[in-house]
Write a protein that binds this ligand. Structure first.
Ligand code: PLP
Length: 450
């Protein structure tokens, strides 16, 4: 309902006062929490309040995220949470990394966004840096603001370059939810409400190189070869699903054999998450297009990119605005990306992810032996780890039990009985161990009810 201007300004002034950092009394905090819940119900999506079952089951669904540092998040009431979720992969460098914040604040004070008419120096600098850290001769970059749009751009680039329209994706794959990227989604419940407008895609089981080779042979026989095969080096939203060692090399070889591009979706696996800088580094594979996102912005700015080779990029040169966007490659996002690359390399976040990932997987192996009726499997690479439970209900109980004990973990989109552990790569070891203690405690509580 439209309000008089004076009432709107009363609201904006109160919000800006809070944003500026005015302290709230306990009763003001309670009132603000209630107001936020009401606004979610009326103006955001009331379904979201109950959808996060882990939080609602713990009876704290109105926890308001207020501040954070490193691997600790705080709500408005001052309760602390160990962040073992990493904002679904954005906080690889931790929350509010001081170096990344400082760079962004400095650029913000100079020029937050750009005219788009003059050359943007930090876009060029970040592209040069990515060329220096990505495999093979990848090194031509287009920047946007989220993973979905990086995939959209990669789809368009592959179609332009190959003049083919078909794509191959994998079961359980997650690549975004716009119509183009949704077409690659390997899960029915998100696809079926939108069928009709989607890009033509064939699906093959993830991790099964033979199935892909067979599919390509069939498509070749009927003259329907794909523009590209899109694959995550480790499936993220599906819960840290690691393919066999020969999978990516065979996918690479099959793509080359049939003239299809290999698009590596590194939106979740990139920037050290799996224990190497890029997920494809484990297999020594060079894709034709790499999509980056999430932690590329250092957990401070939204930033994503698709990166390809000079030969493939040629198709974008005659009309450089055939694919363009207003905010893509803006200065504050690119500055965040530059600082994120420095932090990732300087703090050797990939090595940290590998070591802490091993520590967690070893501990989960022990917990699995201790509570076989609760934890049925644990898998992953680096700090992209999935825990499997015998049922959705036990998965929810685990997430809720952890939330109650001040630990945030990530659900997966594919099945509620899989839960991800995806903390900042620099999470201190004592916090990892504390998280594991609380996990043990949660499993003990659940086991007692079975
Ligand atoms: N690709 C992968 C592998 C992802 O994990 C995600 C998000 O979870 C996306 C694409 C979509 O990214 P965004 O949500 O930033 O649009």
């Amino acid at each position: 309902m439209r309000l008089p201007t004076a009432d709107v300004l009363t609201l904006t002034r109160r919000y800006l006062d809070l944003i500026a950092g005015r302290d709230l009394s306990p009763s003001e905090k309670e009132a603000f929490i209630a107001e936020t819940v009401e606004s979610y119900e009326a103006h955001v999506n009331r379904g979201f309040l109950t959808y996060r079952k882990s939080v609602t089951q713990a009876g704290q669904f109105a926890a308001l995220e207020w501040s954070g540092q490193g691997s600790i998040l705080r709500d408005l009431l001052g309760r602390e949470y160990i962040d073992a979720l990493g904002g679904y992969g954005i906080f690889s460098a931790g929350v509010n990394h001081p170096k990344i914040l400082k760079a962004v604040q400095a650029q913000m004070a100079r020029m937050a966004l750009n005219s788009q008419e003059l050359l943007e120096p930090w876009r060029a600098a970040l592209a040069k840096l990515l060329a220096a850290v990505t495999p093979g001769d990848l090194g031509c970059c287009f920047f946007i603001n989220n993973g979905t749009d990086a995939i959209e751009g990669a789809i368009k680039l592959a179609r332009l370059h190959t003049r083919r329209n078909l794509f191959i994706s994998t079961l359980g794959g997650f690549h975004g939810k716009s119509l183009g990227s949704l077409s690659l989604m390997g899960k029915a419940s998100f696809r079926t409400p939108f069928e009709g407008g989607l890009q033509d895609v064939r699906f093959v089981p993830y991790g099964d190189a033979g199935a892909l080779e067979d599919q390509l042979a069939v498509l070749d026989a009927v003259g329907q070869l794909p523009a590209a095969v899109v694959v995550e080096p480790v499936q993220g939203e599906a819960g840290g699903v690691v393919p066999p060692d020969d999978y990516l090399p065979r996918v690479r070889a099959a793509c080359t054999r049939y003239g299809a591009l290999l698009i590596a979706d590194e939106i979740q696996t990139g920037m050290g998450r799996t224990g190497r800088l890029w997920g494809v580094d484990h297999a020594g594979v060079v894709p034709d297009i790499m999509c980056l996102g999430k932690s590329l912005g250092g957990g401070v700015m939204p930033l994503s990119a698709f990166v390809s080779t000079p030969a493939i990029w040629e198709v974008l040169i005659p009309n450089p605005i055939i694919h363009s966007t207003t905010f893509g490659g803006n200065p504050i996002a690119c500055v965040a990306g530059i600082a994120a690359i420095e932090v990732t390399l300087e703090e050797d976040l990939p090595r940290q992810a590998a070591e802490k990932g091993d520590r967690i997987l070893t501990a989960l192996g022990a917990l699995r032996r201790k509570y076989p009726q609760v934890l049925t499997d644990a898998h992953g690479r680096g700090l992209l780890i999935g825990m499997e439970f015998p049922s959705d209900e036990i998965g929810f109980q685990c997430a809720a039990g952890l939330f109650k004990r001040g630990v945030l973990v990530a659900g997966t989109y594919s099945k509620a009985r899989t839960i991800r552990i995806e903390p900042a790569l620099g999470i201190p070891v004592p916090l990892v161990d504390e998280m594991l203690n609380r996990l043990d405690d949660t499993f003990r509580e659940i086991a007692a009810t079975l």
